[in-house]
Design a protein around this ligand. Structure first.
Ligand code: CP
Length: 311
C-alpha cells in the first residue's frame, strides 16, 4: 500500500504544494464537514505543544473524526520504558492516522517506516515541522497573492529552529531570495546553505538586525531562541535577547510586509508590534486549522474533488 505519510516537506512537489493550498482554501470557506466521520486520529506528543496539537485536534473534530492521544508522555507506558516502535505499533491498532511530535530527529521517519497507518510529523527535534510549513505557505500566499519571487527574511534561531529549515525546502520551487539574520551562535547550519546552493536558492547572511536590514522584506519570519535544544544554558542566556523586533523598526518597511512567527513568542517580538497591520502571526496560527485539515484528508486519501463535493 502507498505510504501517504507526511514526514518532510521536501517530499512535496510544487504541484502538490499548490494542490494542498487549494484544499486549505476550501476548508477556510467551511471547516465543518463530515469527511472523517468514521476515522480515529491519534495525536502523540512527546514534546510540549499548544498550537500544533490543538489545531490538529480541532481540525479532526471539525471533520467529525474521533481523537485519541496524549500530550504528556509521562502519563504513558513510554515512562515505563516502552520503545517508540512498540508505542507506534500499539497506536496503529487503534487509529487511522498518527500525528506525532518527538524530540529525536528522524523519529517520524522511523515511525513511517514501521507503521501500517500514515504518520504526520508534527516536529522532530531541530529537524522538520512540515505541517507548520504548509500553514506558513498558506499564510504567505494569502497575504502576498503569490509564492513566487519573494524576499523572505528569517530572523533569530536559525540553527535549532525547525520551521525555518522546512520553509527553505518548500520555497525552493518559488524562486525566493532568503536573508538569514542571526547571531554567530545561531547561524543557519551549513547543510541548509548547501541545500540552497544545490537548488540555486539565493541567500544573504546578516549578523545585525536593524530597521535598515529589513527594509526590503516581503516576509519577516521571526523565530524564538529554542532554549530546549541548548546543551549549555549559559550560551542560551547570552543569545536569548539579541534580536528583538520593535514597532519603531517598521516605519520604512514595504507596505506589503507581513510579520510571521510560528509561535510561541518569548520576547523576540515586542508587544507594541501586535497593533501593526503588518503583524500577521495570530492569523497565521488560525490558518493552521485549515492547512491541517488539508493534511489529514490528504494522508487519508481524500481528494480535493471529494472535499469540493462535500460542502
Ligand atoms: N508553532 C508551533 O509548533 O507551536 P506549538 O509548539 O505550540 O505547537
Amino acid at each position: 500500500m502507498e505510504n501517504r505519510s507526511l514526514v518532510t516537506i521536501a517530499d512535496y512537489s510544487k504541484e502538490k504544494i499548490l494542490y494542498m493550498l487549494q484544499m486549505a482554501a476550501e476548508f477556510e470557506k467551511n471547516p465543518n464537514r463530515n469527511l472523517l466521520r468514521s476515522k480515529v486520529v491519534a495525536t502523540l506528543f512527546f514534546e510540549p505543544s499548544t498550537r500544533t496539537r490543538l489545531s490538529f485536534e480541532t481540525a479532526a473534530n471539525r471533520l467529525k473524526a474521533r481523537v485519541i492521544g496524549f500530550s504528556d508522555p509521562k502519563a504513558t507506558s513510554s515512562s515505563k520504558g516502552e520503545s517508540l516502535k512498540d508505542t507506534i505499533m500499539m497506536v496503529s491498532n487503534y487509529a487511522d492516522v498518527i500525528v506525532m511530535r518527538h524530540y529525536l530527529e528522524g523519529a517520524a521517519q522511523y515511525a513511517s517506516e514501521i507503521a501500517p497507518v500514515p504518520i504526520v510529523n508534527a516536529g522532530d527535534g531541530a529537524n522538520q515541522h512540515p505541517s507548520q510549513t504548509m500553514l506558513d505557505l498558506y499564510s504567505i500566499y494569502k497575504t502576498q497573492g503569490t509564492l513566487e519571487n519573494l524576499n523572505i527574511f528569517l530572523v533569530g534561531d536559525l540553527k535549532y529552529g525547525r520551521t525555518v529549515h522546512s520553509l527553505i525546502q518548500a520555497m525552493r520551487h518559488f524562486n525566493p531570495t532568503f536573508h538569514f539574520v542571526a547571531p554567530a551562535e545561531l547561524k543557519m547550519p551549513e547543510e541548509y546553505k548547501l541545500y540552497c546552493k544545490e537548488y540555486q536558492i539565493k541567500y544573504e547572511e546578516h549578523s545585525e538586525f536593524t530597521a535598515e536590514t529589513i527594509q526590503d522584506a516581503d516576509i519577516l519570519y521571526m523565530t524564538r531562541v529554542q532554549r530546549e535544544r541548548f546543551t549549555d544554558l549559559m550560551e542560551y542566556e547570552r543569545v536569548k535577547n539579541v534580536f528583538i523586533l520593535r514597532n519603531s523598526m517598521l516605519a520604512a518597511t514595504r507596505p506589503n510586509l507581513k510579520i510571521l512567527h510560528p509561535l510561541p513568542r518569548v520576547n523576540e517580538i515586542s508587544y507594541d508590534v501586535d497593533e501593526s497591520p503588518k503583524a500577521y502571526y495570530y492569523q497565521q496560527a488560525h490558518n493552521g486549522l485549515f492547512a491541517r485539515q488539508a493534511i489529514l484528508c490528504d494522508v487519508l486519501g481524500i481528494t480535493l474533488d471529494e472535499i469540493k463535493k462535500e460542502q
